[in-house]
Design a protein around this ligand. Structure first.
Ligand SMILES: [Zn+2]
Length: 325
């Protein structure tokens, strides 16, 4: 049988080649390359709520001795190598979150709006792909004041992009960015971010509410104080039908490094010691309660759970599900 098939293949091969050579040129016309990435939006269910993570973009950042400030560079490189990650750079993702409770459509942060770095500008495209219309958003909850989280509030002319949303902003961060003494101590990078946040929030002046720890936004959605990255940083706790999720904002970044080494100081944290305390407290709760988490700078879609063994935490990303639910 095998011999017969092989023999037939050999005998017919020259004929096949001859046929191909005489086919009209159009038979080889290549499909045009599309040249753009697929939409970055991922939807999952949490009890009765619908949760969507939206990819705003990614940015390649250099890893040098300034990145982790309390351990030697070789230790950082070793940790990256053990995760099979590049040691000179990392690709930082930017993910914001939409929660539809059935009664309200809520965004937690709004992405960069293309104002943090020109390469990160997919937020509005991915919202549209996810079927989320800015005019339908009832509420925006901000985790902190940094530009990569608030840039998308306004357009290039400073006009509000969410015509019907009430905006909640951490009170301590608002004090920080409007306080003369605090501003005097900021470097140019922080000053730029603080200036932008003040301007963007002014566009929502008539519907801005400052909030603190424990704030209940709607039934099932409340604030957890998580200072360190910024003075007023907040996580958002989401609970529906006994299922829990914490939207982390920037309280935990780069899970491959900071879950294995929660005591490391990251350069972007305003108060690193406080950030470490917050991170450890959150991780203990997340593990003890089996809570799902979304990290703003985790690799998209940035949702998963955490385990602990031998004093080290580990992130377990959820598998992409083709079916919603
Ligand atoms: Zn951030």
């Amino acid at each position: 049988m095998t011999f017969t098939s092989s023999r037939r293949a050999v005998l017919t091969a020259p004929l096949a080649v001859a046929t191909l050579l005489t086919l009209p040129r159009t038979a080889f016309a290549a499909s045009a390359k599309v040249g753009v990435q697929m939409p970055g939006a991922y939807r999952t269910q949490l009890g009765a709520f619908e949760v969507t993570t939206l990819l705003d973009g990614e940015l390649r950042r250099t890893i040098d001795e300034r990145f982790i400030t309390n351990v030697p560079m070789y230790t950082v490189r070793k940790a990256l190598e053990s995760e099979l990650l590049p040691t000179e750079f990392y690709d930082n993702h930017y993910n914001f979150t939409a929660i539809n409770t059935g009664n309200e459509l809520i965004l937690v942060d709004v992405g960069t709006g293309g104002r943090f770095d020109p390469s990160i500008d997919q937020g509005s495209v991915n919202m549209e792909a996810a079927g989320i219309n800015p005019a339908d958003v009832d509420m925006i909850i901000h985790t902190h004041f940094h530009l990569d989280h608030v840039g998308g509030l306004t357009d290039a002319d400073g006009q509000a992009l969410y015509p019907n949303a009430q905006v909640f902003f951490p009170e301590l961060d608002y004090q920080f960015i409007t306080d003369t003494a605090a501003r005097a101590g900021m470097n140019p990078f922080l000053t730029r971010m603080a200036d932008h946040a003040v301007r963007a929030l002014a566009a929502y002046e008539d519907r801005l509410e400052l909030y603190g720890d424990g704030k209940a936004f709607v039934p099932g959605i409340s604030a957890i104080a998580s200072p360190g990255h910024t003075p007023g940083h907040m996580c958002v706790h989401v609970e529906s039908e006994g299922e829990e999720l914490i939207v982390l904002g920037d309280s935990i970044g780069f899970p491959e490094l900071f879950l294995a080494n929660p005591g490391w100081h990251m350069s972007f944290d305003g108060e690193p010691t406080l950030a470490v305390e917050t991170r450890k407290r959150l991780l203990d709760r997340i593990v003890a309660d089996g809570v799902r988490i979304i990290g703003y700078h985790f690799t998209f879609p940035g949702i998963g759970r955490v385990s602990r063994a031998d004093g080290r935490y580990r992130f377990h990303p959820e598998k992409w599900r083709a079916q919603f639910g």
